[in-house]
Write a protein of this length. Structure first.
Length: 260
């Protein structure tokens, strides 16, 4: 359950979001993924393209830095990257260009090796799957996608941690202060331990997490909820913070909110 702090009564009459209103799961469902239809050719093509040797240029390096999720940190190399990306190459006289000194500073502060990125990405996918499983495994598939999108929207937002695991387990060390109730309930966060239905729910949560996270890393929208949607709660509770939010709609047993 996602929370902040303020007081209101639950919108009992909130309409469920319709399947055709572009608020459901992205057009590529888990069934498409299982059939191999979701972006596999595109992904393989990108990997093959990236594997080709290229001359290291300022433009290539700047494009890499600009596409990094740490772009919000605004160091000199990122300012250069943003300028290159928008076609604006003029800088104030005191702004450093992309040179060895700037590159070294970037590597020292923000650089993560490929091996390190693989480890981080795998961990983030696992955290996303855990959240989908514990928060929404009893929901329709649209509802599970929506929970994944809220988490990824928070990663994008500058108001929250910059990683999926950081968002999912924010304040998890403080009982009843965490953002998602399963993260600080004192019970194991592992999933898929139990009967066939539970195991299948865990597999499905992982497939949704994999697909949603890969779209996120590729800079593609999730297509089911606006990026401004950062909150939700179950119909069974009456959170105090909802009065300060814009009610976007209901999917399954959850109501989703934007603060815009």
């Amino acid at each position: 359950m996602v929370g902040v702090g303020c007081s209101l009564a639950l919108f009992v009459a909130t309409p469920a979001l319709s399947q055709g209103a572009n608020f459901g799961a992205p057009s590529n469902s888990t069934e498409d993924f299982l059939r191999g239809g979701f972006g596999l050719t595109e992904t393989i093509g990108e990997e093959l393209y990236l594997a080709q040797p290229k001359e290291l240029t300022s433009e290539l390096l700047s494009a890499y830095i600009a596409n990094s999720r740490v772009a919000r940190l605004q160091n000199p190399a990122l300012l250069q990257a943003n300028a290159l990306a928008t076609g604006i190459l003029q800088f104030p006289s005191d702004a450093p260009s992309l040179n060895n000194q700037v590159l070294s500073a970037y590597v020292a502060s923000d650089y993560v090796s490929t091996a390190g990125q693989i480890v981080e990405n795998n961990k983030d996918r696992e955290c996303l799957a855990q959240a989908i499983y514990h928060e929404a495994r009893g929901e329709p598939e649209d509802g599970q996608w929506a929970v994944a999108t809220v988490i990824l929207n928070r990663v994008i937002s500058s108001r929250y941690p910059t990683s999926v695991c950081g968002v999912v387990f924010q304040n998890a060390s403080m009982r009843n202060r965490c953002q998602f109730s399963f993260a600080c309930d004192g019970i194991s966060d592992e999933g898929g331990i139990g009967n066939r239905i539970v195991r299948e729910a865990w597999v499905k949560a992982n497939l949704i997490a994999l697909t949603a996270f890969d779209r996120f890393k590729a800079g593609k929208p999730q297509e089911n909820l606006p990026e401004s949607v950062l909150f939700y709660h179950n119909l069974s509770v009456n959170p105090s913070w909802a009065s300060a939010m814009k009610n976007v709609g209901r999917i399954g047993e959850h109501i989703f909110y934007s603060d815009l």
